[in-house]
Design a protein around this ligand. Structure first.
Ligand SMILES: N[C@@H](CCC(=O)N[C@@H](CS)C(=O)NCC(=O)O)C(=O)O
Length: 210
């Protein structure tokens, strides 16, 4: 049975909404993009507070369903509108590995990467703390080393020998590091992985900066 969709994605370039857009492009599912201003804080305008009370992006809407988390949105779409090779199914050998790296991209990486971003770029200079920045950098380097030896380690994709939502999840965090110039000393295999994944046509569409 063909399922019809009426997706709306509240989006700003370079934010986690890129993950959802990338997945939808890879799945060939249509969506309406609602652009949200991200240049100043709080994000969006007053009316956006009715869409997202915390005034963050993304927001994903499918009829009566509204989801604020990028990974939850990916799981929702893959389960409701799949099957798709982007998901690894419970009966596949690497289902657990898929969940591990899918969630590592947000839960495992978010704190050090966010602190590094805040204390090197985002905060006004007089609010940046070099000690926090140095700690976040050393934690981020450990995470990149962990990705190198445990997620990538000779693989083209992090699981199941194919491109999945776990790659989308991780690549977004590597993209952030690259954007703030904290990726140059990443292990070579992590850099090669990043280059390979971001050469996909649908990444280029999802990461359109307009
Ligand atoms: N865990 C959430 C994080 C959402 C989030 O923090 N979004 C950022 C952009 S990537 C944001 O809106 N930041 C603006 C702010 O916090 O003011 C997800 O994965 O969707």
């Amino acid at each position: 049975m063909t399922k019809t969709t009426d997706f709306k994605l509240y989006h700003a370039p370079r934010t986690r909404s890129v993950r959802i857009r990338w997945m939808l492009e890879e799945m060939g599912l249509p969506y309406t993009l609602e652009k949200v201003q991200f240049a100043s804080r709080p994000v969006g305008d007053e009316a956006y507070a009715d869409i997202h009370p915390l005034r963050k992006v993304p927001v994903f809407i499918d009829g009566d369903t509204k989801i604020f988390e990028s990974l939850a949105t990916m799981q929702y779409v893959l389960e409701r509108y799949g099957p798709s090779p982007l998901a690894v199914n419970p009966d596949e050998g690497e289902f657990g590995r898929y969940l591990q790296w899918l969630h590592f991209g947000e839960s495992g990486m978010m704190m050090p990467v966010s602190l590094l971003l805040a204390h090197t770029v985002l905060f006004p200079e007089d609010q940046r703390d070099p000690k926090i920045a140095a700690w976040a950098k050393s934690e981020t380097d450990k995470l990149l080393g962990f990705l190198s030896t445990h997620a990538i380690n000779g693989r083209e994709f992090v699981c199941a020998d194919r491109f999945t939502a776990a790659d989308i999840s991780i690549i977004y965090m590597l993209f952030l590091l690259n954007m703030i110039r904290q990726f140059d000393d990443a292990p070579d295999n992590v850099k090669e992985y990043y280059k390979s994944m971001t050469s996909r046509q649908n990444w280029l569409i999802a990461n359109d900066l307009d």
